[in-house]
Design a protein. Structure first.
Length: 632
């Protein structure tokens, strides 16, 4: 399929001399095997461009003949074109005809070019979703989006300017060379050839110099966009600390670099254009001088003088296009090199060839002597062994940095274990398709991030083909239906960027409803209530208890009060299992779990005393009335 030509395993280089290689990789998208209608468009576009170039090259003859007709030199003209007015009309008609065929070529090729852009954009987007969590944690969203944006434009430029302008220009040069040699002789052809060679050589050298400047400009643009997006996504944090000026200063530093590089880009373009004009003027001047001498000697007519001038002017147009085409292609290559670099990043987590789907999912989870590290010098998990029987619940607790969240990431196969195995129903997750593993697992995370869309869209994300009634039923089970109904727009209410229009508890309920709708056999609760107040936590916990009934549930908990009723609690410390058992059994051991429970009880009691004191103070204000200067 065309979509498999540019693959992560075979990245396309954007270095100098890679234009041909790039075109080879792009050709299947321009000539797609599964789209005969696009192939026909390409063929008709080629026919149109050939006709357009033939008409373009020969249109100056009508200009020369009309000149000879006006001066009375009509001996060599066709009889039906002797009238000067007819010649002038014919000259303009051929110009219109040439433009018409050029526009027809562009119109026919438009869908072909846009199809190639669409296919390659889709490949890049899919590849980004195949890359590992490790890659995305190290990337900036703003910079990534700008790389893709420029890459798409670069692909379009390469396809359009190579196929629609490069090939026609070479064809026009070939026809023009034959015409000049046949009409004026070898001297004129050598001068024109020398002018073209000098022009192309200078353009290539100058454009290569400008590419380095273009890369600097792209890097500065990516950096500025990354900082802007990062700052806007953290709008509230910026406001909390009053750091608007600092953010603006950081953004301006990047924009200053962009300004410098962009100024160099335009300055270098001015020098390029000036040099091209000098070369064209020298070549045209030499040919015009030869023709002027020939007219004075009587070996050429005024029409010949006009013809060579018109032909040279005609050559200057594709020559300007040669410079423009080369610049655009080189700049397009510079723009897409980052995009192709992305395509060249191998997916860290890959399915085995012909990997089967996870079968007979009951939900039994086994971590068998699991070792894992993000960095070889810093092991995270050191021989973890535990089982979650089908339909049972197990909680993972422990201090921060013990490796609790890493366990959920390994189960989802965001990373592969470095030792041991993670099994679901006896099947190693590395031996089955990733999608089938993730289809079997539902997640309610600590930090719920929603799409900037409606509440209905975010709930339905758990199962996109769900009906409206199924979405509403999931919301009822998550205890958020009544809240949604009270909103002016109901289920069509927008949640804002990352769901920031909703409170923490409301976002968690949407996440629960989304997971209920997915209805997976395995449920992971990753500190799902740790960021909520006590009252909201109790409400959310009630909804979670209902969701986890008859499901294999793995709870990663910070607040121990949320896991007292699970079937087994595993206490992690420094990547190892320190204790395991039920809540009662662990308290009886008087070990790490007991000390954690005591500290949390003390914190809860202190919070309760503070809340009671605040409520008593507020009640006293109501009974006696506010004192002077005391807020009501």
């Amino acid at each position: 399929m065309p979509g498999e030509t540019v693959s992560p395993d075979k990245p396309v280089s954007a270095d100098e001399g890679s234009t041909f290689s790039t075109l080879i990789n792009l050709w299947p998208y321009i000539w797609p095997d599964d789209r005969p209608d696009l192939k026909k468009r390409v063929m008709w576009a080629v026919v149109a461009l050939v006709i357009a170039k033939i008409v373009t090259v020969f249109s100056p003859y009508f200009f020369a003949w009309s000149t000879d007709a006006l001066t009375g030199e009509t001996n060599n003209l066709p009889a039906f074109l002797i009238a000067p007015v007819m010649l002038v009309l014919a000259y303009n008609a051929t110009r219109v005809l040439a433009v018409g065929f050029n526009q027809l070529r562009d119109a026919l090729f438009a869908r072909v070019g846009q199809h190639a852009v669409r296919q390659l954009s889709n490949i890049t987007f899919r590849h980004l979703h195949r890359l590992s969590l490790r890659f995305h944690l190290a990337r900036r969203t703003g910079g990534l989006s700008r790389v893709i944006e420029r890459g798409v434009k670069g692909i379009e430029a390469i396809v359009r300017f190579t196929i629609l302008n490069g090939i026609p220009t070479v064809l026009e040069f070939a026809i023009m060379a034959v015409v000049i040699w046949w009409q004026f002789g070898l001297d004129y052809l050598l001068i024109v050839a020398g002018m073209i060679v000098a022009y192309v050589w200078f353009t290539i050298k100058a454009s290569n110099w400008r590419i380095a400047i273009r890369r600097q400009m792209n890097d500065s643009d990516t950096e500025a966009n990354s900082k802007a997006i990062d700052s806007l996504l953290n709008f509230e944090t910026v406001k909390y600390f009053g750091n608007e000026d600092m953010e603006a200063a950081r953004f301006d530093v990047s924009m200053e670099k962009y300004e410098t590089a962009a100024t160099k880009t335009w300055t270098s373009l001015a020098w390029l254009n000036f040099g091209q004009t000098v070369i064209l003027s020298i070549g045209m001047g030499a040919c015009m001088v030869l023709s002027a001498w020939a007219v004075m000697d009587g070996t050429q007519t005024i029409g010949d003088f006009v013809l060579i001038n018109a032909l040279l002017m005609q050559i200057s147009i594709p020559l300007n296009f040669i410079g423009f085409i080369y610049r655009e292609i080189r700049q397009g290559l510079a723009d897409i090199e980052s995009m192709f670099d992305l395509l060249g990043v191998p997916a860290e987590i890959k399915d085995k060839p012909d990997a089967p789907n996870l079968k007979a999912v009951e939900g039994r989870i086994v971590f068998d002597d699991v070792h894992f590290h993000y960095d070889a010098n810093r092991p995270i998990l050191k021989g973890i062994d535990f089982e979650v029987p089908a339909g049972k619940s197990v909680a993972i607790v422990g201090p921060s940095g013990a490796g609790k969240s890493t366990i959920s990431r390994l189960l989802f196969r965001f990373y592969d274990v470095t030792g041991g195995a993670v099994l679901i129903d006896g099947q190693d997750v590395r031996d089955v398709a990733q999608k089938s593993v993730r289809d079997a697992i539902g997640m309610v995370p600590q930090d719920t991030v929603l799409f900037n869309d409606t509440i209905a869209y975010n709930i339905r994300y758990g199962r996109p083909d769900a009906t409206d009634e199924e979405v509403r039923e999931a919301a009822r089970m998550a205890q958020i239906h009544d809240f949604i109904e009270r909103l002016p727009d109901g289920y069509q209410a927008e949640v804002g960027e990352r769901g920031l229009k909703l409170s923490g508890g409301e976002k968690q309920r949407v996440a629960i409803a989304r997971t209920i709708l997915k209805s997976p056999p395995i449920l992971i609760l990753d500190e799902a209530t740790s960021a909520l107040d006590t009252h909201t936590e109790r409400e959310i916990q009630a909804a979670l208890d209902q969701v986890s009934k008859n499901r294999t549930t793995l709870v990663i908990a910070h607040r121990l009060s949320t896991v007292v009723n699970v079937d087994q609690i595993i206490v992690l410390a420094a990547g190892e299992i320190a204790e395991r058992g039920t809540h009662t059994e662990l308290l009886a051991k008087d070990g790490l779990y007991t000390s954690m429970w005591a500290r949390q009880r003390e914190a809860d009691e202190a919070e309760a005393r503070l809340r009671a004191a605040k409520e008593a103070d507020e009640l006293g204000v109501i009974q006696r009335g506010p004192r002077a200067g005391e807020p009501v």
